[in-house]
Design a binder for this molecule. Sequence first.
Ligand code: DAV
Length: 394
Amino acid sequence: VSNDLYPNASAPLERKDSGVPYVRPGLHVESYNDFDPLRHVIVGIADNQHIPEACPASNEKIPADSPMRGGKAGRRTQESIDRANECLNGFAKQLEDRGIIVDRPGAVDWHERITTPDFTISSGFGVMPPRDCLLTMGKSILMAPMSFRSRYFEYLAYVDLLREYFESDPECLIEQAPRPRLSDDSFRMDYVAAYEHLSDAETMARSLRKEYSTKETDILFDAADIMRLGKDIFVQHGLTTNLAGIRWIKRRYEPQGYRVHTLSFEDNHPIHIDATFCPLRPGLMLLNPNRPLFKGQREIFEKNDWQIVEAVNPAWDNPPPLCYSSTWLSMNTLILDHKTVCVEASEKAQQEQFDKLGFEVVPVDLRDAYAFGGGLHCATADVWREGTCEDYFP
Ligand code: DAV
């Protein structure tokens, strides 16, 4: 399928007055991993992003000394939004220049207070990390049941795009996981309060006991806690994904022939697997050296001759201001094919490590978008990668 079948994929789509969704001939939805040749991807936008009031789940992502914990809620400055969009648009352009089709989500007006029968919060969050929200599993795209109250309606930004995919690819299936309630009953409400007073060793001990801010009341997971490796799906149990969420993923996908495994890391804030344990190409994993796998969990990789290399240290001592993520976004990359990887432009040591591992490195200026929801992997969601569903762990 050549790209000129649907040129200008990033331009606003013209809609017919009838409301019938735009059909893009030749559009293809399919992806089974994070490393096969990328043909079509969604890149997030920074428009109108807000810092919502802290909620029981989001607080864990906010460093204890950050102003975001206190009264920082509100719209991000236009200057920071424009700069983040400059980065995201530049990234999208780099991908398009390589012949990859890039779509952008719709903007949503997040400033309204969000109130459901179960909770209320100052605003939505944004439309920046599509990776958290959308899980592409083969020919289906699933909207994940996320645990942040501010992200409850984030799927709205993707509804029109997904509708187009559904109409354009006759085999594409769009799905929504069960909607959580996110009432006070969904969280350990004392967890966050305690966090302020705990040392790193104490938060680590709590995490190793697998006590997280989310309880088992709702079915919860972020798509970014799920690592797809063909027939095998690895899910991180942590702050944003609970055991009920993992059971749901198992029951949804195992009857289709997938095998679902749970992974845990020695991490005092386990949120998303994509700055912790990242597939680089068949047979090669990149592991965060500060977040070792739990005992016994390397076995499936080692038995199948997969090599696990530790990532080099990030270039920065601290994340940018008002950022939810750690400096380990250095290893949050977008792989274009088995030999090509997009790495953040300032992460020189990480670029060198990829070079030594045999990759062509494409530097991408994205650090000023980190605060909007993460790095290069977070900022994207797969629509189509070439390749089939392989069995890497027979
Ligand atoms: O290290 O803060 C960031 C992952 C974002 N998807 C971290 C995890």
